[in-house]
Design a protein around this ligand. Sequence first.
Ligand code: ADP
Ligand code: MG
Length: 467
Amino acid sequence: MKKAKTVYVCSECDYQSAKWMGRCPGCGSWNTFVEETYESESPAEKSSASRRQAMLARSAGEAEPQPLSSEALPDYLRRSTGIGEFDRVLGGGLVEGSVVLLSGEPGIGKSTLLLQICASLAADRKVLYVSGEESAAQISLRAKRLGIHGGGIYLLTETNVEKILSHAKKLGPDIIIVDSIQTMYHSESGTVPGSITQIRECAGVFINKAKSDGTSVILVGHVNKEGSIAGPKVLEHMVDTVLYFEGESRQNCRVIRAMKNRFGSTNELGVFEMTDAGLREVESPSELLLADRPEGVSGNCAVCVIEGTRPLVGELQALATPTVFPSPRRMSTGIDYNRVSLVLAVLEKRLGLRFSSSDVYINVIGGIKIDETASDAGMALAMISTIRDIPVPDDLICIGEIGLSGEVRAVSRIEQRIREGERLGFSKIAVPSRNLSKSKPQTKQETELIPIKTVFDLLKLLKSPKQ
Ligand SMILES: Nc1ncnc2c1ncn2[C@@H]1O[C@H](COP(=O)(O)OP(=O)(O)O)[C@@H](O)[C@H]1O
Ligand SMILES: [Mg+2]
């Protein structure tokens, strides 16, 4: 009988040790060691040998140096998945021979999205959907609910990667979808499925397959409780594209974001709405975000941020209530906490508003995250509105970055933001006066552009009692 061995592996850099350690000597990270039990001999030797093998397999076929300008260098082929929002985050479509890692919280809709992608890809390509989590009956039930007929989609419920590869060899699919990489196992790596070594080995096998014969692979990755991808950090380095699927599972809005993309920008967002019939693409996310706007309530303000190439109008809500704590609470959802503190500090110092005796809550509607400073002025206006209890006019949108001296700084691509605001029916657009100094952007006749220079100008934007 083989003797079981326990080693501790660093999830960041793969350093292995016989004892648990708080700090990894290899990469210096804290608290990254996880226990792994092996049934067989020397894991270090085995994993490094198999990695070497994988590297060799990838570079098999005698590479020769060749000039970069050479016509003979292959160009990569990009093909649409048929789902525009997914193509957008991938940088314009799925690249042949690329490996995409799609991760997200349980229940967010990863399997649903992938089944829909399968259906759309299967129109002209052969797709192999490998599921290690659900039975064929469960998947077929979901397909029925989504109205997918399944022609061209081959289903395989298997977790052994060697068997999956042999099936793939026979079938010759253009795309392989693996749901999820944490459930896969390689019989030669002696650990249990989901362990760091197993995830790395199995991912390596699929990556080799993709690089050797041009099959595109989409891997589903679980996230751990901190929200990062469960498994070794190297997994993110190994694949070509890392996508995060996020959103509030109670709300319908779902967003895909690229964290890494070897074939495109990482700024683009793909927006979907979860419906009974699956995920629906949202071409105009602003309309979804503004759908149930409360009217005439203090503390709300519309802002416009640019996500990738697309302007997005969303609503920021602020609520200030008298505190019962010695140090008041500050809470932010969907927006950087430090940015909230900075804007609060500027308003206290420059406008003399007393937030120090109030708890302040900031929330972005729709479960999206805003990380552009162009939302500062809107956030400041929402804060002023809540502390004064005077609403912001419903047809006003506020754009601008706030500096520490209370100045409103210029933002990029102002025309695009104004046009999006106009399209959604906002007739008052507050913009940094520094953006208007060189040239006045083109607007509709009925649009009122309100220049704002400092945070003092924000006070004038609140609804007057007559309105
Ligand atoms: N019968 C159903 N009717 C409507 N929505 C459903 C139904 N079953 C599942 N869903 C939705 O699909 C989500 C699960 O999606 P799924 O693709 O399995 O998530 P993941 O693969 O990310 O764990 C659920 O959170 C729920 O919102
Ligand atoms: Mg799933």
